[in-house]
Design a protein around this ligand. Structure first.
Ligand SMILES: [Zn+2]
Length: 288
């Protein structure tokens, strides 16, 4: 997980990716996001408990009916792992609840840290607002690499494609088999589609960051989606210059955005539905 700073007081947030999954970051100094962290730990504990009951029930059935006792050892091991996971999650939950109580009354130092963070955030937004347009923008690292790699890869594909299929055709007198042909067409096609999509997004983001209006967007919630390759999704909202509310959801590729955080939204003044959050854009401001 990327380094996460508390949006309230600027302290480095606690909580990180545990070995069994993703955990919510929280601030142990001012209490930011502790309720969300407690909710996610409770959900995790419920999952572990259900898994433990199921494995336990299956283990009991096997113990009664199975002739081969060796499978029992595997189930015993699985139950032990789940039990340890349950105990660790419960302990974490207790720690979080204690911290929530402890941070309920903020000492003067925390109040001062919160005020300082708010001042810095407001100053940063004003700095971006006052930048002369067109703002100076550069591509982020992934689209920058792709913008170089994409034309080069096509030189490579055409050169070796002609060589391979040309010589193959001459040697055998026939065109190569269907599987190879499919591979030779599908792989460059998928690669091209991916590059064109990323470069298209980068072009749109460049336009929005260069000339778009800027507003402060607030993240209302964050959750993980997808089981095999989970991605971080966020819901957010902001108001455009005319005061119209804009609400949307997006995949947070930066993996650094959580509840109550504020980021810049760059939007088309004629249509605020066309917008991008600065951390999720494929471009970034050069002078920010
Ligand atoms: Zn904090």
């Amino acid at each position: 997980m990327a380094r996460v700073l508390c949006p309230e007081c600027g302290t480095r947030a606690a909580g990180a990716d545990a070995f069994w999954g993703h955990e919510k970051p929280y601030c142990s100094l001012c209490g930011w996001n502790i309720p969300a962290a407690i909710d996610s730990q409770r959900a995790l504990l419920r999952q572990f408990q259900i898994a433990l009951y199921l494995v336990g029930a299956f283990f009991a059935l096997l113990a009664i009916f199975a002739r081969d006792r060796s499978t029992l050892i595997a189930f015993l091991f699985l139950s032990a792992v789940l039990l340890v996971a349950c105990l660790l999650t419960r302990k974490k939950l207790q720690t979080l609840t204690r911290r929530q109580t402890a941070t309920a009354s903020s000492p003067a130092s925390v109040v001062a840290a919160k005020e300082k963070t708010l001042r810095e955030r407001t100053a940063a937004l004003e700095r971006v607002r006052s930048m002369p347009r067109p703002r100076r923008v550069r591509l982020k690292i992934v689209p920058r690499i792709i913008s170089v790699l994409f034309p080069l890869s096509w030189v490579f594909i055409l050169f070796f494609g002609f060589q391979f299929f040309g010589s193959n055709g001459q040697n055998t007198g026939a065109f190569p088999d269907n599987g190879l042909l499919l591979f030779a067409v599908l792989v460059p096609a998928a690669w091209t589609a991916l590059c064109v999509w990323i470069l298209g997004r980068a072009r749109r983001d460049r336009r929005l960051l260069t000339d778009g209006e800027v507003s402060r967007a607030t993240i209302s919630s964050q959750w993980m989606a997808g089981s095999r390759h989970p991605v971080s999704k966020i819901a957010y909202s902001f108001h455009d210059a005319a005061g119209r509310p804009v609400q949307s959801e997006v995949t947070d590729t930066s993996r650094s955005l959580y509840e109550q955080m504020e980021v810049w939204a760059f939007y088309d003044p004629l249509n605020s539905a066309r917008h991008v959050l600065a951390p999720c854009a494929y471009c970034e401001l050069q002078d920010a």
